[in-house]
Design a protein around this ligand. Structure first.
Ligand code: ZN
Length: 142
């Protein structure tokens, strides 16, 4: 079996595995909080890239989509990439719960989703969910 096929198989197995905790690099969290403050009151939107089980990078959608809100964001417009594990977006309203639209669009893609709530000032403004909208724990790694 080729390396490519093994990677696909590994991914489908991990989809069935219940995620208990997500690890995020500290500099990623700091960068996201700052980015959310910068675009407020617009929504910040990005994709999460992971390496070895830890979120290490945020991928921004193309400039044509960025800043126009979640309705404009379609993950299939972006390059297909196995290291992308989910999405992150801000809620300028301050609500930490995924909306019905979140669950029906963005949350279908990947398996870890983060909502960042106004005022984007501390780690408590990050809320992490699985693709069904169940809260999952997360921890910061330096
Ligand atoms: Zn949302």
């Amino acid at each position: 079996m080729s390396r490519f096929l093994r990677r696909i198989q590994g991914r489908s197995e991990s989809k069935e595995h219940k995620i208990l905790k997500v690890r995020i690099k500290e500099e990623v969290v700091e960068g996201v909080l700052e980015a959310c403050r910068n675009v407020h009151p617009r929504e910040f939107i990005g994709l999460l890239r992971a390496e070895e089980g830890m979120i290490t990078e945020i991928i921004l959608p193309p400039a044509s989509i960025y800043g126009k809100g979640l309705a404009q964001f379609q993950p299939h417009m972006l390059p297909f990439d196995f290291s992308i594990v989910g999405s992150i977006h801000s809620h300028p309203s301050g609500s930490g719960r995924p909306s019905a639209q979140d669950l029906n669009s963005m949350f279908n893609f990947g398996f870890v989703h983060i909502i960042v709530t106004f005022p984007y000032s501390s780690y408590q403004d990050l809320h992490t969910y699985d693709k069904k909208g169940n809260p999952i724990q997360w921890e910061i790694v330096e």
